[in-house]
Write a protein that binds this ligand. Structure first.
Ligand code: ARG
Length: 263
């Protein structure tokens, strides 16, 4: 009786050791498998050179992408995953948890601040009016756009700027909204719109890539920030610390040089 009890006890101890050991092993093994890599999911609308665009190989590249890749590394992520989403869909995608951060040359506005949390600003921009190169139509200010069709990207500050003129200030301007800025500029080249309103640094790139030119500048003084889900303070603080550090480093100057030519 006593002997039986002893061997039973021994068997139970052995089983416990095996079960606990196996559990520990699986847990440790799990930590090193690639499936457990820490990935930062980044949403962008790649129609906004040099901040984000599609290169000749079909890859999404640009200033914002390199910047976020660097920041992700600095705050302990193994890699980033770029998710391409139309600009107007970025905030909903963030809110629904499909992405962790928006990097899309997104202007920090009061309206958006109700929906997302922004990092400190990393870039400043005004708006530009783009027309076909050497066209006789050379609008210098929004007043010159009266009676005309102007292309913008849906959900952008350019769209809300023009909408405000039309709805609240009695301007007769026809706004044509596109899912992407590349489509808006293509329609400008093809004569389907009279002008395009887009952020100035991007307009400068479009001048190099398409048969278009800047005819006027509207000083909106916008500031770009990265956006995270409202209340995701942990990620926000980490990104802000890393961004502050990055912007003071040589890497930042190299990044600016790479995408904007002159620092
Ligand atoms: N800065 C403007 C805004 O926030 C335009 C941004 C468009 N970005 C893009 N990746 N297409 O509304």
């Amino acid at each position: 009786m006593c002997l039986l009890n002893k061997s039973l006890l021994l068997a139970i101890i052995v089983i416990i050791i095996i079960v606990v050991g196996a559990g520990l092993y699986l847990q440790l093994a799990g930590q090193v498998t690639p499936a457990e890599k820490k990935i930062l999911r980044v949403g962008t609308s790649p129609d906004f050179p040099p901040f984000e665009y599609i290169d000749e190989q079909g890859n999404i590249v640009g200033f914002d992408i390199d910047m976020v890749r660097e920041l992700a590394k600095m705050i302990g992520y193994d890699d980033i995953e770029i998710v391409s989403i139309d600009f107007e869909g970025l905030i909903p995608a963030l809110q629904q948890g499909q992405i962790d951060v928006i990097a899309a040359g997104m202007t920090i506005t009061e309206e958006r601040e109700q929906q997302v949390d922004f990092t400190i600003p990393y870039w400043e921009a005004d708006q530009a009016i783009l027309v076909v190169k050497d066209s006789c139509f050379q609008p210098e200010s929004p007043d010159d756009l009266v009676g005309k069709v102007v292309g913008v990207q849906t959900g952008t500050t350019a769209e809300s700027y023009l909408t405000d003129l039309v709805e609240n200030q009695g301007y007769d301007i026809t706004i044509k909204s596109y899912s992407s800025y590349v489509l808006a500029v293509t329609d400008l080249v093809n004569g389907r719109v009279d002008a395009v309103m887009v952020d100035l640094p991007v307009a400068r790139m479009f001048e190099k890539q398409y048969n278009v030119q800047i005819s006027g500048i509207v000083e909106t003084g916008e500031k770009y920030g990265l956006a995270v889900r409202k209340g995701n303070t942990e990620l926000l603080n980490k990104l802000n610390d890393a961004l502050t550090q990055l912007m003071q480093s040589d890497k930042w100057d190299q990044l600016v040089q790479k995408y904007f030519g002159q620092g």
